[in-house]
Ligand binder design. Sequence first.
Ligand code: PAF
Length: 278
Amino acid sequence: MQLVHTIAEMRVVRRELPTDKSIGFVPTMGYLHEGHLSLVKASNDNCDITIVSIYVNPSQFGPNEDLSSYPRDLERDLHLLSQYRVDYVFFPTNEQIYPPNYKTWVEVEGLSGILCGASRPGHFRGVATIVLKLVNIVKPDHIFMGSKDFQQVKVLQTMLRDLNLESRIVACPIVREADGLAMSSRNSYLDPAQRQRALCLSQAIKLVQQATASGERDATKLQQIAEEHCSQYGQVDYIQIVDSENLQPLKQVDSSSRIIMAVFIDRVRLIDNAALGE
Ligand code: PAF
């Protein structure tokens, strides 16, 4: 596992990789958990070379969000990664990524302004910009991303398509704790009582899946079931039943429907989603 500290060094490494080897890339903000490690494993299983990046991207955090408190532990991350076949770990600095006079931003219209984008203005602009920059530096064949951030995957797939990039996203399944909580670096903010309340997201998904399986097709009614459940434990940011392709709200559930949600457990904003009607 080679540590790469600068963009210049990463470019040299990339240029010297054999052209007949497939390159898998796992972009992360660190504080790795089993979800991230499942992406590394997927890259190991599908690609010859695996590159992981660790970079807490300031431009995807809003002014009142958790950039300064976002959990960081590089030593622990490197230890976890050393248990897999990770060829390179790239961790650039803010000064390199956003030098003074930085001017260019990537906006994926429409998709960036709904759901999480409505409550976190500018978030997906920051995500699209950093991922495009990383992809231009790393030039991967495949980018492994978690489906917990379902909207992020859609935004980035659209960006790659529209900007004619050849890298392809492989969306990997959500990894959950034994009790159903979707893994997230932000779970580390939760105290034991909050951790218990945080189960409302996955429980609400289960309730809605059960209601769907029993024949309920009305999206408003299904959303109500989830909202009533979650609002006992936290503050609902949004709960929507959407089309899995374009993330537009649906009136009736069909085989391509997905429930997608963000709920605040006190100040901790958690997201989750799942397919319905399968
Ligand atoms: O999902 C994340 O951890 C981040 O949004 C990403 C894709 C690494 C970009 O900073």
